[in-house]
Design a protein around this ligand. Structure first.
Ligand code: ADP
Ligand code: MG
Length: 320
């Protein structure tokens, strides 16, 4: 197979989001011109700002070499969409650059099925990309729409803001231990390990939460490298500090909280909001049926401390 038949047979389908199996993806903004020309053409509504983000996944760095192609496709798109969620943006379009090595058409087909699985619940249209030969590497760029001035940036945390985190922290780290075969056997009695693997391979980007938080929250980030490391990005960008109540952090039962707070890949949202928004946030949590836990407080004094005033090291995943 050549690159053109891969594009024709598999990738083009992800650009036809108005058709089955995406037929319930009714809220998509189709491009004016999609896959097939030298460029795609899209119209950004005049009352919207374009939010853009990109993430690359490399074999053996971001996923083990034997990961199912379906899961690789799902996750490559999900981690990108999670960045849109963290800004409060609505996903609109994406591009896909793949470097393929020994991957068969069946592999590419399953990879696209994984992306399609996410698109069924979160509409987003593939508008272009590039297909080359080389070590397995997947690079996705996502574009989303947000009301001008309403995006949730890392730099807008204010002293006395509450700090919140959605969902549960550490599930994906447990899932990684399971797929690596290093999970202690007693974990099996303590939690559903397949659930943890699902959290690792098929993260649910918190798009609806991000949208609901526009105008309610101040700063926001998605937890990709670890709660402490990612919260620390907010603190540095906002030139503030924080006190975290570690006992309140919603962490997976089999890890101690410190370990869970340094574990990545959960793609929950960590955000700050003024105290008067507590009721609004409780309602959002109820409406989305997603736990949202208050875990601390922003303070003027830089640095990250626990409830006893001890310094917390913002450890997390780092490439270099
Ligand atoms: P060019 O030589 O102009 O870069 P290509 O042959 O690389 O064009 O691509 C042809 C068309 O297919 C372009 O519209 C491009 O955006 C699209 N395309 C190529 N690879 C992919 C891919 N992996 N996913 C989506 N669209 C792709
Ligand atoms: Mg090209």
């Amino acid at each position: 197979v050549n690159e053109f038949s891969l594009i024709e047979t598999y990738f083009k389908r992800l650009g036809n989001v108005a058709k089955a199996p995406f037929s319930d993806s009714c809220s998509v903004v189709m491009p004016d011109l999609g896959i097939g020309d030298d460029c795609a053409l899209v119209s950004v509504p005049s009352d919207k700002q374009l939010a853009i983000s990109a993430d690359t996944l490399v074999e053996n760095v971001h996923f083990p070499a034997d990961t199912a192609p379906f899961d690789i496709g799902y996750k490559a798109l999900a981690v990108n969409v999670s960045d849109l969620a963290a800004m409060g943006a609505t996903p609109a379009w994406f591009t896909l650059c793949v470097s393929l090595n020994k991957q068969s058409p069946a592999w590419v087909s399953a990879f696209c099925d994984g992306m399609a699985e996410l698109i069924r619940t979160i509409p987003i249209v593939l508008v272009g990309g590039d297909t080359t030969k080389g070590p397995l590497c997947i690079s996705v760029q996502v574009m989303g729409l947000v009301q001008p001035g309403r995006a949730l940036t890392r730099s807008s945390a204010m002293p006395d803001d509450d700090i919140y985190v959605s969902g549960c922290i550490g599930d994906a780290a447990v899932g990684l231990r399971v797929v690596q075969g290093t999970a202690p056997t007693e974990w099996e009695q303590q939690m559903d390990l397949q659930y943890a693997v699902g959290r690792l391979n098929r993260p649910q980007p918190r798009v609806e939460l991000g949208k609901a938080l526009c105008g309610v929250a101040h700063a926001c980030i998605d937890v990709s490298d670890g709660l402490l490391a990612d919260l620390n990005h907010i603190l540095e960008c906002s030139a503030v500090g924080a006190q975290l109540n570690i006992a309140d952090v919603p962490a997976v039962a089999v890890l101690d909280r410190e370990a869970a707070m340094s574990a990545g890949d959960d793609y929950e949202l960590c955000f700050t909001a003024p105290v008067h928004q507590r009721e609004a946030i409780r309602r959002i949590s109820e409406q989305l049926q997603l736990p949202i836990t208050r875990v601390g407080r922003i303070q003027q004094k830089p640095g990250l401390i626990d409830q006893y005033g001890r310094t917390l090291q913002p450890l997390g995943y780092q490439h270099f």
